[in-house]
Design a protein around this ligand. Sequence first.
Ligand code: DAK
Length: 257
Amino acid sequence: MGSLILTEQKEWGALVTLNRPKALNALNTDVLRELDDVLTQLNAQKETQVVILTGSGEKAFAAGADIAAMREMTPGEARQFSAYGQAVMTRIAGMRAMVIAAVNGYALGGGCELAMACDIRIASTRAKFGIPEVTLGVIPGFGGTQRLSRLIGVGRALEMMATGGQINAEEALRMGLVNHVTEPEELLEVCEAMARKIAANSAGAIALGKQSIYAGSEMDLNRGLAHEAGLFALTFAHPDQREGMDAFLEKRKAVFK
Ligand code: DAK
């Protein structure tokens, strides 16, 4: 594993850090490839219930796709870069683990897209969000035009896209772009507290609940309900269902497999 991504194993899963602080953790192909490898490995580990993704340094989560690398791309290369970045980011929704973005600073362009691809976003008061691609003559290419409007609505997404402007953590919270805002020095602590809470629950049930919410958000209500019923039934094929219900009835804490 290279040094562009740092991984620290924790009792609840793994802390994953984008580690290119001199370029404000800008995403180039090497960073995406390492992130892809790390996420794939973590997804294969049953004990990884939560991943916290953050940026190294005090300034940025990630200040976007690497502009220097993109400058020389042909339309064909841009398409490949975009498809690869989208695939890496889409992998997060398909992971069994819950992925929390700990947004410690700038989350611009591809960095904002990466944060949006995570399941939960917690921002420090230093965080700044934006999709400034039109200031560079391009549009977001890692899912930004799709995930932003789903998270904050079409009107607000159009404004952020067309102005290329930045919003702060409080505005992001008001718009529903982030779940919580914390002081910078408390960011990891707050994320880890959430990770521990998640890790105390049934990992299998969480994975199915995650799948149900993501799949259902792309379906009409009746199809979504049918999908949910199928996944609900599946939970009864897993020992966690009996353990969780036994523990409740026996007034003790559940111990999930
Ligand atoms: N790419 C490459 N290097 C970057 C970078 C980036 N996105 N952001 C910052 N850096 C580098 C700077 O060049 C500088 O490097 P040195 O000059 O020290 O070598 C270093 O990081 C520190 O940055 P600054 O000196 O600029 O730091 P400041 O505090 O003054 O400013 C800033 C911080 C975040 C406001 C500023 O760095 C900035 O505006 N950065 C660019 C933000 C941005 O525009 N991000 C969006 C990038 S475009 C697609 C696929 C993907 C995408 C689009 C299409 N397809 C293939 C179709 C996605 C596009 C984007 O993400």
